[in-house]
Design a protein around this ligand. Structure first.
Ligand code: ZN
Length: 169
């Protein structure tokens, strides 16, 4: 396993659309281990998407169970989602988001309150996951990375909703 270098905005790879994964092979599985190690290496990290380490594959990892808000709410613990597809979403919430690829800023972003996601797990089995609250935000944020969308693209008012970070937590 290895901690992979994080691509930082405005790296053009962050604006690319990632390709579907054909199957969870041994190679894909080893890459997922590296993604997990990379996420855990970052303080306060609740998720990571493959494009953030320069790999244009539709793989995201989310784990809000150690986060101060995420841990208070119902969550799935570690979620490895391969080829995630949001089947349905609803409600509204505004949450302050950060991103390992945008280390100097946080922003208030409007997201759905809940999502229903279809994905393969790390064993290649199909799973349908219903998620709400902070975990649902993390899933939406990471899934956006697979389509080259950053939270900066979803900020409604740069003046009111974008904040410069003093330190990364
Ligand atoms: Zn991000």
């Amino acid at each position: 396993m290895a901690v992979l270098p994080i691509r930082v905005f405005p790296d053009p790879v962050l604006k690319e659309r990632a390709a579907p994964v054909e199957g969870v092979t041994a190679e894909v599985s080893a890459f997922i281990d590296d993604l997990l190690e990379t996420m855990r290496d970052s303080p306060g990290g609740v998720g990571i998407a493959a494009p953030q380490v320069g790999v244009l594959s539709r793989i995201i990892v989310v784990d809000v169970s150690a986060h101060r808000r995420g841990s208070q709410e119902e969550n799935h613990g570690l979620l490895v989602l391969v080829n995630p597809e949001i089947l349905a979403m609803g409600g509204k919430q505004v949450v302050r988001e950060g991103c390992m690829s945008i280390p100097d800023y946080t922003a208030n972003v409007q997201r759905a309150q809940w999502v229903l996601v279809d994905a393969l797990d790390r064993d290649g089995n199909r799973r349908i996951i219903e998620s709400t609250g902070f975990e649902a935000v993390a899933i939406q944020h990471e899934a956006d990375h697979l389509d080259g969308i950053l939270f900066l693209d979803r900020v409604m008012s740069v003046k009111k909703d974008l904040f410069r970070r003093k330190t990364y937590r």
